[in-house]
Design a binder for this molecule. Sequence first.
Ligand code: B1M
Length: 188
Amino acid sequence: VNDALENSIPATDILNKGLIAGMDIVGEKMENEDMFIPEVLMAAQIMGKGVDILKPLLGDEETSARGKVVIGTVKGDLHDIGKNLVAMMMESAGLVVHNLGVDIAPEEFVKQIKEKNASILCLSALLTTTMPMMKQTIDAVVESGLRDQIKIMVGGAPVTQTFADDIGADAFASDAGSAAKKAKTLGN
Ligand code: B1M
């Protein structure tokens, strides 16, 4: 990453054409059993370090908050690289972001929405087996009586617009950039 920056390659290209494209190859190798969990974890940690270097260089800094976001990866799911990118892009877009982490239970999301007085809830899932947890989280928000005061966005590699509609989410985004753009309109 540092070499690429020294060679004046734009930060977004380093992220999209370097780190994310590289992680796609890791995914293919994982699927074909050419790479195993420890190697994938190492790739993920290295990607995290690369993203840390790029973080200050991505997106336009804006000072005014455009909404309060609570974001997390749903219960049972430990993937956080994409969710962290979404959180980072939202921060860069001027939103206040509370990043809860991974493996977050529905009741914890509800608690945090109340505590942080959030206007947008963002749920990430990378596994087909944890996608139903998004619906359970939305159900918990409805049961808590908070549904009217919060917009809900869902995303993650296996998530689609159709799935988002089916589970009653307000928005879906396929990548971090469009997630940040949509959050700005949802927050207003
Ligand atoms: Co896992 N894993 N993994 N993994 N892993 C996938 C997701 C998988 C597709 C690999 C494969 O088989 N090809 C597969 C899922 C299959 C499926 O469900 N259909 C898989 C599996 C099976 C597993 C385990 C079950 C493996 C096992 O133990 N046998 C296990 C599950 C653990 C668990 O969660 N309970 C597991 C574990 C892991 C590691 C821990 C080793 C590691 C995660 C480390 C970490 O995140 N800190 C890992 C990794 C790294 C991957 C791959 C290789 C890369 C994921 C990633 O970070 N991509 C992944 C294969 C792949 O995706 N190519 C794979 C880069 C990231 C920038 O993209 O996360 O898609 P992504 O985020 C994007 C968008 O999706 C979107 O924006 C982001 C940026 O543009 N987005 C949102 C994400 N969240 C959003 C929210 C939004 C909007 C947009 O709104 C709220």
